[in-house]
Design a binder for this molecule. Structure first.
Ligand code: GCU
Length: 555
């Protein structure tokens, strides 16, 4: 859909005590009942300015490590049309946000990596003031919780848009190849808000024009056709058009099938190796508000590695990442930040986890590049965690039966093998292991693999070692490039012997900011990248991985 963006210059002010909410600045009380001018404590239009979208940490030095509430506000003119419904889309607000329009509270959203929508139809005027209070304070019940090995950015860091809709509009549209249909069936689903008894589906390049019957606004259609299949080697995309009543949308998507059988992963019927790498959503100049060019650069680095896969860690990256992966042919693992010691028994946390996963799947359902939904990372194997993450795995399958469900699990250090109760709820087992780094014994890796006997595919979702770019020394000297190079060589030597390793995503494509890493080499960065943080320097391990991906095949 076309949209009217509210991106650009906004006014903003740190609000450490949430005074804006307490004293209802958003209503701009100027006069009391008797017309007495009330002394006021804000001056929205005279406040400092900030670019939206951006993270406040990278925009202004004094907010580099700021944690708290930031009030964002701007005015805008709007050409109101009484026949239209208008929806406001906040691309992402880290980590939660309260939204006000013309003095009215519209809604609250918690979850810093997924879009949310508000119906603003009744509140829009010709001259408007929008105000958000955005808060990135880390709290125990949050997802992610208080302790993470990445930077706690804050802000309105993805686009803010207004959509004009007819009163009766297409709320959701999902389309995908029907799994197990020998690539010969497509299923389309429409959810309409409003009244229409059918929708029209058009895929011109496939000669498809079909009517989808709607009952109470819902309808689906399975149709026989054999589209050219999407793959990393051939990222074929089709333009799809859906009309219902006077509303119409356009989608650009591809058709492919991902399937697990035994310990292998099949793409379009062929067993494949997922030759990948992990990536955070971060760049040196823009923090978490990465640009499309920066995303394209990351994917071209993966192609240079002879890779076909990226684990977008540890949270939903911008939807642009999946759209660009669709175009350039990269397979994706997408994840919600159920990371480390989440309050698994806390009701609000449980419902927020389900909300974030639902928002991610609804956002990216039509992206052929996305093949795996991950429900979390490195969580202790407790009963509460099994209930929480097992419930998320079931939810993912309910929302989407066309993709695999996984999680990055820990291995059992007592039994020296893969043995996580959550694995029974997963299609693919992710395993994070750091033999040669956190665990000093490379030789134990061989034993660990020999002890493990998984009945489903395993992706080694993390391994690696820290190395300061350009710092050279002995192969036993930590934080040298040679040490990292040796770690990759030793790890890869073991991978090649295990057919049940269907993929690897070493940690990590490039160095990234974290307050956790403070030694003289790290200085606030995690140095396990294959490249320096600014991606100007390829470390020795980059070429070890590239060589492996060039030869690694299904045996
Ligand atoms: C963990 C974790 C990463 C972290 C990495 C590390 O496995 O999943 O988020 O950055 O190890 O220690 O570098």
């Amino acid at each position: 859909r076309k949209s009217e963006k509210l991106d650009g210059i906004w006014n903003h002010h740190a609000d450490v005590y949430d005074t804006c909410l307490r004293q209802e600045w958003f209503t701009e009380p100027r006069k009391d009942g008797e017309g007495w001018t009330l002394p006021w404590d804000w001056d929205f239009d005279q406040w400092d300015t900030i670019n939206v979208p951006s993270t406040w940490n990278t925009e202004q030095e004094q907010y580099k490590l700021f944690e708290g509430s930031m009030v964002y506000t701007r005015t805008f003119k709007y050409d109101v049309d009484a026949l239209e419904k208008v929806v406001l889309k906040i691309g992402a607000a880290y980590h939660n946000a309260m939204v006000f329009l013309n003095g009215t509270f519209l809604g609250y959203h918690e979850g810093g990596d997924t879009p949310f929508y508000l119906d603003v139809t009744e509140h829009l005027l010709e001259d408007n003031r929008i105000l958000l209070s955005v808060n990135n304070t880390r709290t125990p019940g949050r997802i992610p919780t208080i302790f993470t090995d990445w930077y706690n950015y804050g802000g309105l860091y993805r686009s803010i848009e207004l959509f004009r809709l007819p009163k009766s509009f297409i709320r959701e549209f999902k389309i995908a190849l029907v799994p197990g249909s020998q690539f010969g069936k497509i299923k389309a689903e429409v959810l309409l808000e409003g009244s229409a008894d059918s929708a029209e589906l058009k895929i011109p390049e496939l000669g498809i024009i079909e009517s989808i019957k709607l009952k109470n606004g819902k309808g689906s259609l399975e149709l026989t056709c054999s589209p050219e299949l999407w793959s990393p080697e051939n990222p074929k995309l089709y333009d799809v058009y859906v009309t219902a009543g006077i509303d119409s949308i356009q989608e650009r998507t591809g058709f492919r099938e991902i399937r697990v059988e035994g310990t292998q992963i099949f793409l379009n019927g062929t067993s494949i190796k997922l030759k990948g790498v992990c990536s955070h959503e971060e760049s040196v100049p823009n923090g978490k508000s990465v640009t499309n060019d920066e995303i394209r650069e990351n994917f071209s680095l993966v192609k240079e590695l002879k890779g076909n896969f990226v684990r977008l860690a540890h949270y939903p990256h911008t939807e642009q990442a999946a759209r660009i992966a669709d175009e350039v042919g990269i397979l994706l693992w997408e994840e919600i930040p159920v990371y480390w010691a989440i309050l698994f028994e806390n009701e609000e946390t449980i419902s927020n986890g389900r909300q974030q996963l639902t928002e991610l799947i609804k956002r990216d359902y039509n992206r052929p590049s996305v093949i795996i939904w991950s429900v979390g990372n490195e969580n202790p194997d407790t009963d509460d965690r099994l209930a929480f993450m097992g419930g998320l795995a079931d939810l993912a399958r309910t929302l989407d039966d066309t993709r695999a469900v996984s999680a990055a699990c820990l291995w059992d250090q007592q039994k020296m093998k893969i043995d996580d109760r959550l694995a029974s709820k997963l299609d693919i087992i992710g395993i994070n292991e750091y033999f040669g780094w956190y665990n000093p014994h490379f030789d134990q890796l061989e034993q660990f693999f020999a002890n493990s006997n998984p009945d489903k595919p395993v992706i080694i979702t993390e391994f690696g070692a820290g190395a300061k770019a350009g710092h050279h020394g002995g192969r036993n000297e930590m934080f040298t490039e040679e040490y990292q190079e040796r770690t990759y060589e030793e790890q890869i030597r073991c991978f090649e012997k295990q057919d049940w390793i269907a993929g690897i995503t070493p940690w990590i494509l490039y160095d990234f900011r974290t307050p956790v890493r403070c030694n003289r080499f790290q200085q606030g960065y995690n140095l396990k990248g294959l490249l320096s943080a600014d991606k100007s320097h390829r470390k020795l391990a980059f070429f070890v991985l590239q060589k492996f991906f060039s030869r690694w095949k299904v045996r």
